[in-house]
Design a binder for this molecule. Structure first.
Ligand SMILES: [Zn+2]
Length: 146
């Protein structure tokens, strides 16, 4: 079964911010966020952050992944972090240590996972599917695509 095909995005109103200016270039940094649903349930909150004009259109894709809803708590969810770059060969997603990102300290996530924990465990497939779903379907990040 194609996991990504079952994913859909929820983009809440007012889920986009600009802040800055960036210390390195003076451009503003953009952050958008939303939720990813699978088979009728929310499975992740996501945040994408980038600064116009940075090399390789680099961006951070951060997730709080797991079970959501009334019967759940932060212990049911974990923070996952991915670094995006648009290279000559195409878009590239690299899992990074979520402890190094703000999302790793988000109170909605019970723990932050490292690159090794994602790549060597059951999160690997879903992490790249989450990235794909956003990359393909969130119109707000059009500037990150080639
Ligand atoms: Zn900059």
């Amino acid at each position: 079964m194609n996991q990504a095909s079952a994913l859909s995005l929820e983009i809440p109103p007012d889920s986009q911010r600009q802040f800055g200016p960036c210390e390195c270039c003076g451009n503003m940094t953009s952050r958008v966020w939303g939720y990813i649903w699978q088979n009728g349930f929310p499975i992740a909150a996501y945040f994408v952050e980038w600064t116009e004009g940075h090399p390789h259109r680099e961006a951070n894709f951060d997730f709080i992944y797991g079970r959501w809803g009334d019967e759940t708590s932060a212990k049911d969810r974990q923070a996952i972090a991915v670094a995006y770059r648009c290279l000559e060969t195409g878009p590239s997603f690299m899992v990074i240590d979520a402890n190094d990102r703000t999302v790793g300290k988000n109170s909605l996530a019970g723990k932050a996972v490292t690159r090794e924990q994602v790549l060597n465990g059951e999160l690997r497939g879903i992490t790249f599917s989450l990235c794909d779903a956003i990359y393909l379907s969130d119109p707000r990040i059009a500037t990150l695509r080639p």
